[in-house]
Structures are given as C-alpha cells and as structure tokens.
Design a protein around this ligand. Structure first.
Ligand SMILES: N[C@@H](CCC(=O)N[C@@H](CS)C(=O)NCC(=O)O)C(=O)O
Length: 214
C-alpha cells in the first residue's frame, strides 16, 4: 500500500528523502516535478503543492504536506521509532547530529537556492557570475568547516552511520562536484561513499545518479 507521495526530481534534494523512505521500507509514490528551475509552467504547477516550488515535498499518510528535508528526516525517524539514521535523544552523538543537520540546511543548502538561477536574485547581468563565484567560495568554506568536524571513520559521526552520510551522498554530487570533494574534503567524501555503498540503497542512488560508480 502506498503511504507517502514524494514529489521529486532525479538527482535533486528529494534523493535525501527517497533514500530514507527506502531505508525504512516505507512504500511511496514518486511524482516527478520536472525542471522547475528552468520551466515556468512546471514551477507554477508544483508551487500549487509547495509554495516554494522546492523538493523534497512529502505528502504524509494523513494527506498533510511536509517540506524541509531536516524536518522530514527527524519526523521519519520518530515515526519509525528508529535510531538507525537519527541518534536517539539521549545518545551522546545526538547534539552533534542536530548541529550538523541544521548546519547543512541553514548554511550549505541556501547556496543552491541562490546559485542555481542567480538571475532570480541578482538582476544586473554582469554581477551574476561574481555572485555565483562568491557563493561557491562560501560553500567551499562551509564544507571545510564540516571536514574539520568529520570523524574520519568513514562516517560523519564517529563510529556510526547516520542521515548526515545520506546528505553527503547527495551533496557531493552537486557543486563543486565530486572531484573537488575527494581532493579537498576526503573525510566528507569517504562518508558519502559509505552511503553510496549501502546495499539496500543501490537502486535509489542509481536512479538519481546513473553515472555514479560504486
Ligand atoms: N530547505 C530546503 C531546500 C530544498 C531545495 O532548495 N531544493 C531544491 C532542489 S535540490 C529545489 O527544489 N530548488 C528549486 C528552487 O529553489 O526554486 C530543504 O532542506 O528541503
């Protein structure tokens, strides 16, 4: 029985939530939103579901809409009564998990919101490339901060897999691209690779990143 509807686009942020639905074995229907960054009609249609026209957007069993990947991540773990991807409230690594989950969505994800189509935020054409360059430099600085905090154990948190590794599995497919991550943030890249190699997620990764090698 289909319980959830995930509005997504292959390769985009919906992959973070798709991986979790599959991890927990939750049936879902996947509705493709299309390239809402470049197609105005698709954007308008999707904005009728999520006013921000952003994915992930998840319709729950009771018909309520949930957006914001970090909120969905926390909610799914609570629903499943599982600490497999989200450390339990009393776990020693809970504080670090929450810190870095919010760090990603507050500091890194917005560089895509503003950078994917710079003209939406910077009307002067000549200023768009410098704006994009500054955003990309900023994102690199944020990743360097995360690299400092990463465990180096092959997962972001010391000694345990978590949803942070799923985020890294997705984020490292985006700007500044996987070669940059493997060269400059090897601990983050190793955590991403650990996520890519989770057997039950193999199909999710292949659907979203057909060129990904395992
Ligand atoms: N804060 C949101 C960000 C979601 C987001 O920006 N998603 C991108 C795709 S990776 C998107 O749909 N962008 C379309 C847009 O911003 O117009 C989250 O964490 O879920």
């Amino acid at each position: 029985m289909t319980q959830f509807t995930l509005y997504g686009e292959p390769g985009w942020g919906s992959a973070i939530i798709e991986a979790q639905l599959v991890w927990y074995g939750l049936p879902y229907e996947y509705r493709v939103i299309g390239d809402v960054l470049s197609d105005a009609a698709k954007r308008e249609a999707f904005a009728r579901i999520n006013p921000l026209a952003q994915t992930p957007a998840l319709v729950l069993e009771n018909g309520a809409l949930m957006t914001e990947s970090a909120a969905i991540t926390l909610w799914l773990a609570e629903r499943q009564h599982s600490d497999a991807l989200v450390p339990a409230p009393n776990a020693p690594e809970r504080a670090a998990f929450l810190r870095w989950l919010v760090f990603i969505v507050a500091n890194i994800y917005p560089t895509f919101t503003y950078g994917d189509v710079p003209a939406r935020f910077v009307s002067v054409e000549a200023a768009q490339q410098p704006f994009l360059d500054a955003l990309n430099d900023y994102a690199k600085r944020m990743y360097a901060v995360m690299e400092e905090a990463a465990s180096g154990d092959g997962t972001f948190l010391p000694g345990r897999f978590s949803a942070l590794d799923l985020y890294l599995g997705v984020l490292t497919q985006w700007r500044p691209r996987r070669d940059w991550f493997s060269a400059h943030t090897p601990k983050l890249w190793a955590a991403a690779r650990t996520a890519h190699r989770v057997e039950k997620l193999r199909e999710v990764w292949s659907r979203n990143y057909p060129k990904l090698e395992f």
